[in-house]
Design a protein around this ligand. Structure first.
Ligand code: PRX
Length: 647
């Protein structure tokens, strides 16, 4: 039906072929893998799985009973063995696995052998606390190497971990622990964030008071601040690990045994416990880490995500460690002690491949080019982004000021639910276009469909994944019905990720944002990303969020919330100029009725703009659920500002 199609307005014509020098040395230099995967998808994924170490090979690659998939049926393996033991056994034990920088400035280097011993010790500690195969362990920690140790120790003994981002409140932690029925919680006395100490243990204590499933709390000493320890329940990490043996026999896990549960709330609703299993997930993240980031022996990879998000699970812990690369891990904020912290880290540790989020890139744009300009970024050879659509101007800024027009950019589309990267350029072969995640990874089948399931060849529609993939979620923990309802009811046997997208004449995918956020102006359905990108195209604008506001004639009118780059001031003239800029760039239809200048936009703790709340403000309603906001003050200030203007 034409009415549920999404109109496309933005016409981005710039394109960038892989630089010749890069393409020459890349893992993938031609289109053969795309053809191989299209011809024999299961055989192709089995080739990847064979690059892992299995205790027993699988009998069947895929069993697909929609909406449930099993990959590598009958295969046995252990994820921690794949991330540690096999590198040590191959004589690579002295290779640095993690170069860690604490926010206060200390640096630790941990080799694969050391990580192996630490993981084994902590696995023994967990066993000593009564954790057995199948038990859940909650992890609520700062970005320190021990969080990786805790996760891999769980994997070693077959206890699924559920990591809760350290910025979440006691209530959020409590709800997740109770949903997962975790037996042990691993936390720390505190962590450093923007120069202050985060009181993790206090939040943990508040949460665990209402968590009857928790038997023990393991506490890492990170900051040294005094914390109460409840006798019989709480134990110190250092005391237990120093008494533990550095060897621990790994559990032999089935390919389909759970590896972890990770809660995602997206921008709405009760958090869903996304369940990932072992063999398929590991295969997917191994394959994508290797080809998308093009990693080889001498690379230094840095994924700036927190391990509390899926990006940290897949591209800090399981992907890079399964591949055996050296990576950087950083504890703190990008602007502490100054706005050049990330670039100092890149230069100090010789980062070659850098992976971050559009929200971070827009902050860098806002802060100004002088910060990266102060550092030697010549080691960088590849850049990546994930988490939101990247506005073409933010892409160009990244390309010019970080990549120095030398580094390809991989814009990677995926989700907590997909486990690994789904739509992305392979940097040695795919020509990139600013704002497009380009094409599906080999072995992934994506289409653009309309509401009836008809394929949209060019133009806007709904993104759909039309066949199962190894890293896919297996269910929602404890709620298989919600799993079916949420992802599999739009079209039979097809996965609906909830995003709108468009395809151009080359078949490239351009993600337009969550379909819940799509605007409907005078019968035209417009993705938020296109209007926001037109705003960000203006030299004064750092970041923009647009929402549809009820309108008598048009159905919806566009309200835009805009933050400016440093050095620009908010004036009525600029407001009018911005409206005109959007009209000129993508059409009069998309001209915002309203532009509000904001110091900050409301975001989730993982940096996604929460348009739902902006809509509440624009329509003069009471604010909806604000519990997943990083800074609830941002919306209340905006609401006051908006109401003042209206009155
Ligand atoms: O809307 C898409 C957006 O983020 C959603 C998934 O969020 P989450 O589960 O938190 O995982 C984020 C890290 C993988 C998607 O449904 N998204 C993610 N990457 C992109 C993106 N939107 C556009 N372009 C991307 N590269």
């Amino acid at each position: 039906m034409a009415t549920d199609r999404i109109d496309t307005l933005l016409d981005e014509q710039r394109s960038f072929a892989p630089p010749a020098a890069f393409a020459r040395g890349a893992h993938v230099r031609d289109r053969a893998p795309y053809e191989r995967a299209a011809h024999d998808r299961e055989g192709y994924w089995a080739d990847w799985a064979r690059q892992l170490q299995w205790v027993r090979p699988w009998d069947r690659v895929l069993e697909w009973k929609p909406p449930h998939a099993k990959w590598f049926v009958g295969g046995k393996l252990n994820a921690s063995v794949n991330c540690l033991d096999r590198h040590v056994a191959a004589g690579r034990g002295d290779k640095t696995a993690i170069v860690w920088e604490g926010e206060p400035g200390e640096v630790r280097r941990i080799t694969y052998s050391e990580l192996h011993a630490d993981v084994s010790r902590f696995a023994n500690v967990l066993k000593g606390l009564g954790v057995a195969r199948g038990d859940r362990v909650a992890v609520y920690m700062p970005m320190v190497p021990e969080v990786v140790v805790a996760m891999l120790a769980c994997a070693r003994i077959g206890a699924p971990h559920t990591v809760v981002f350290g910025g979440f409140s006691a209530e959020s932690l409590r709800d997740r622990i109770n949903d997962a029925q975790a037996k042990v919680l691993v936390t720390a006395d505190g962590g450093y964030r923007r120069g202050t100490v985060v009181t993790l243990k206090q939040h943990a204590d508040d949460a665990v008071r209402d968590c009857p499933s928790i038997r023990h709390v393991v506490v890492l000493r990170r900051t040294g601040q005094p914390v109460p320890m409840q006798p019989g329940r709480d134990v110190w990490w250092h005391e237990r690990t120093s008494a533990a043996a550095p060897q621990c026999e790994p559990e032999v896990m089935d390919a389909e045994d759970p590896l972890f549960i990770l809660y995602t709330s997206g921008t709405t609703g009760k958090p869903k416990g996304i369940l990932h299993t072992t063999g398929g997930y590991l295969t997917h993240v191994f394959a994508t880490t290797k080809w998308v980031f093009d990693l080889t022996e001498n690379d230094v990879f840095w994924c700036t995500a927190d391990v509390g998000w899926v990006t940290g699970h897949s591209y800090i812990v399981y992907g890079p460690l399964a591949l055996g690369v050296t990576q950087v891990m950083y504890e703190g904020a990008p602007d502490h002690p100054a706005k050049d912290r990330f670039w100092g880290i890149c230069a100090r540790h010789g980062v070659t491949v850098f992976y971050t989020a559009p929200t971070a890139i827009r902050a860098f744009m806002k802060w100004g080019v002088e910060h990266p300009a102060r550092h030697d970024l010549s080691q960088l050879r590849l850049l990546g982004t994930v988490g939101e659509p990247i506005n073409p101007e933010a892409w160009m800024w990244y390309h010019q000021h970080i990549g120095k027009e030398r580094c390809p950019i991989v814009d990677t589309w995926w989700q907590t639910e997909t486990g690994g990267i789904m739509i992305t350029p392979l940097p040695g072969v795919v020509t990139t276009k600013p704002g497009s995640a380009t094409v599906p990874f080999p072995g992934i089948e994506a289409k653009l469909l309309d509401g009836e399931g008809g394929e949209v060849a060019t133009g806007g529609g709904y993104l759909a994944i039309t066949s199962p993939w190894p890293g896919m979620l297996r269910t929602i923990w404890g709620d298989d019905e919600r799993y079916r309802q949420q992802y599999w009811t739009k079209w039979p046997g097809v996965y609906f990720p909830g995003d709108g997208a468009k395809r151009d004449d080359n078949g490239y995918f351009w993600i337009l944002g969550r379909v819940d956020d799509v605007l409907n102006v005078a019968g035209h359905r417009i993705g938020t990303m296109e209007v926001e990108s037109a705003l960000v195209d203006h030299p004064a604008v750092a970041e923009a969020a647009v929402v549809g506001k009820a309108h008598d004639l048009k159905g919806q009118a566009i309200a835009a919330f805009v933050t400016l780059k440093e050095g620009h001031t908010t004036t009525d003239a600029l407001r009018e100029e911005l409206k005109g800029h959007v009209a000129k760039k993508i059409g009069a239809l998309a001209r915002p009725d309203d532009v509000l200048f904001a110091a900050d936009l409301p975001k989730t703790r993982s940096g996604k703009i929460m348009r739902r709340l902006l809509k509440d403000i624009a329509e003069g309603r009471a604010l909806g659920d604000t519990t997943t906001l990083a800074d609830p003050g941002v919306v209340s200030r905006l609401k006051d500002q908006y109401e003042e203007r209206e009155s």
